[in-house]
Design a protein around this ligand. Sequence first.
Ligand SMILES: *Cc1c(COP(=O)(O)O)cnc(C)c1O
Length: 458
Amino acid sequence: MNMQQRPPAVDKALAWPGMQTLIASHGRALVLDSLRAALELWRSGEISDQPTLVATVQQRIERTLAPSMRPVLNLTGTVLHTNLGRAPLPPEALAAMTAVAAGASNLEYDLASGQRGDRDAHVEDWICRLTGAEAATVVNNNAAAVLLVLNALASRREVVVSRGELIEIGGSFRLPDIMARAGCKLREVGTTNRTHARDYAEAVTARTALLLKAHTSNYQVQGFTTSLDEAQLAGIARAQGVPLVVDLGSGSLIDMQALGLPAEPVVGRILAQGVDVVTFSGDKLLGGPQAGIIAGRAELISKIRNSPLKRALRCDKLTLAALEAVLRLYADPDTLVQRVPTLRLLTREPAAIRQTAEALLPSLRGWAGAGFEADVCDVYSQIGSGSLPLETLPSAALRLSSISSNKRTRSRELRELAERLRQLPTPVIGRIADDSLLLDCRCVEDPEPLRQQWEAGA
Ligand SMILES: *Cc1c(COP(=O)(O)O)cnc(C)c1O
């Protein structure tokens, strides 16, 4: 029989020099927790000596202290990837957040009068200037913006929406559900493919609070279709004496088509059509922090801002600092695209992306090993975040495929390779398509850290 040595007493083990070193760097509480767990391993026979016990305690502490949220490299080809945190922020936004993070700020304090101020004040003028809106307010995200607008303007009343626009956005944002939570009654009009002016006009009664249009960003109804544009709807809303609210989803402060990108409603133009209130995201095409921006007529914005729900949905100081900094970049259209990372990534030249991919190919090949073939291929990137997945962003990817002749083996090996990529110090996220693992290099502006990672792991 294996005479297992009895585990050391806790107090005795804590006094070992190795443990004392750990206590000096991490504190007694964490060392004690990890030691107790490691002693279980001693009892079960997995550990039987002092150095192994100390090393095990150290490993456990390191695992406990490892940050859960950390940077990853987005090589999925989807620029605004909701699961990967959407828009990367420009240095100006990071600096603005740092400047107000550690101490007090004038978040809700008017430095001129010494009186209480409004946190919207830091961004409202910028939003108005960039969209032509009379007033604006900001909340935590665009889903919150829609909820707040509906609750503030239409609680216990009817909201008229086309059946073709009862949208679901990824992550369980369903317009009918949001409407129910906002306390308003959905009045569907028209059909999935066709909604006419008379449908809206006939639906408006004394119970109607507003007309709502939602931008159907992530799908298209094609063929025999009719829907009304903002100008037509605004005409009906005005004639009926009710406001028109448009949920733009992403929206954009500039003309995306002028950048060679798919058309996206420009917030300023939509408001100029006579729309009363628009909502859009801060971290989609705008390229800022997560936020929901509400802009439009002063009287309606004031009602929205004074609603009790606004207090529950408001942004924190870091978001507002970042948003203000990003909006400020829009003041100079000539440098905007280079300074806002989202716009810079979306407009990257395919040739430059290919160059990055080719520079990375040798180190990836070495890292992946002899069981894989690697080359550079043409792909299409996606804008992401609900934008239509159109094939309009030509890009280049590193492509890895298994050399095995067995289909199931190939597929397993690709999944294992994808897992190895996720286990790198800075995890790399790609996508598997057509029997290969694709690493779209659109979002890799600096290949160096990636190359070093692969060379270190080869
Ligand atoms: C993305 C989107 C939303 C939700 O916006 P979040 O900022 O993710 O909360 C709502 N409506 C539309 C049309 C969208 O595209």
